[in-house]
Design a protein around this ligand. Sequence first.
Ligand code: GLC
Length: 428
Amino acid sequence: MAVQDTSGIFDHAVEVLRENDRGTYTVPTKGLYPFQWNWDSCLTALGQSHVDEARAWTEIETLFEHQWPDGMVPHIVFHVFDDGYFPGPNVWNTGRPTPTSGITQPAVAGFAVRRLFDRAKDKALATERALRLLPKIDLWHRWFYQNRDPKGEGLVAILHPWESGRDNSIDWDQAFERVPTEGIEPYTRRDTQHADPAHRPTKAQYDRYVYLVELFRGLGWDNTQLHDASPFQVVDPGFNAILIRACADLADLAEQLGETAIAEANRERAERGLLALETLWSDEHSQYRCRDRVSGTLVESHSLGGLLPAFAAIPQARAAAIARTVERHAQTARFLVPSHDPSDPRFEQKRYWRGPVWLVTNYMVADGLFAAGEREIANRIVQSSLELIQESGFAEYYDPLTGEPCGGGRFTWTAAMVIEFLDQAARR
Ligand code: GLC
């Protein structure tokens, strides 16, 4: 291990990963999230790989064992019964052998697998396991462009805010106005029993989350129908950038492993995606913006979703502009990177994805800014992340103004990202 860690954070992070390890998958945290989450697992594998490479590959493999026949990889796999979470398997009712949700999450797997491969000490193991995952990840990428980009724009839409991973962002407010709050079955929220209700989505937002789930369920989770039937179709630059990065990384890896057809298909997806992403750029905001595909308008919201494209190979000038935007946030926020512009009156420092800092998104923004040569601000993001851990422990997320820990505690992907940050810091 290359980590120079005098304060024992590394060991503590490993302990958090172990605590949440269920053998072949890891739960995000006990209580609040008792199942396997898609992008949590892929990012968790990066942390695990510093301790046990084989276990890290298993984390992603377990997720892909539950890939749907059409290629979709669900956002939650309900491996065990636990009634502490809403909406549980019977609400989704997707009919899968092991119950899963019916929507997806940001496609970080392609990126994670390439990173696991690149730094694997056991190259034979990595080659064998990467070769098994490549076609599955390729199928998922194909699924995205077929089902979520029916007109071939080069960008995919999310059909539910939970797909973005930034569940409660201000980005969704405008499109959410179209989603009814009536006509849904009565339900009891469980999130507010585990976390402070003032930090969680409002009742009206939750009703709309449930409305969409019931609408899609009524269509038998047939992905060839859901896109056009959904009143919520948002083209999120962050979500697309992650997918574009994953396509590019999968292409590189496939090329190295002699899988030329997979390499070509993914290279093409990444190139088209990068070109199309340009249509979401806003000079005025110095970042990308979401497009509401139903109304055709760009969304007036300056969120982290518009900074995440730094993670993909966007033009240098765009990455530099994003770096300046993050620096501007740093004038108000003590900790980087807030999930929403702190100077926007809608910013809420503690409410889910409407202001707080997450270490996973910090990791992706910093990774992109390092690659773009914006080292100073990228280093500040890493420093900020490590300071948060030292001050406030391994929380789900943090208040960017005070550093206060929020949401669930002893959180898996936070611990995984800390291991990654320590490793990177030691190598720099
Ligand atoms: C919340 C987050 C989502 C994450 C999940 C489990 O729903 O918004 O991004 O995957 O928790 O940690």
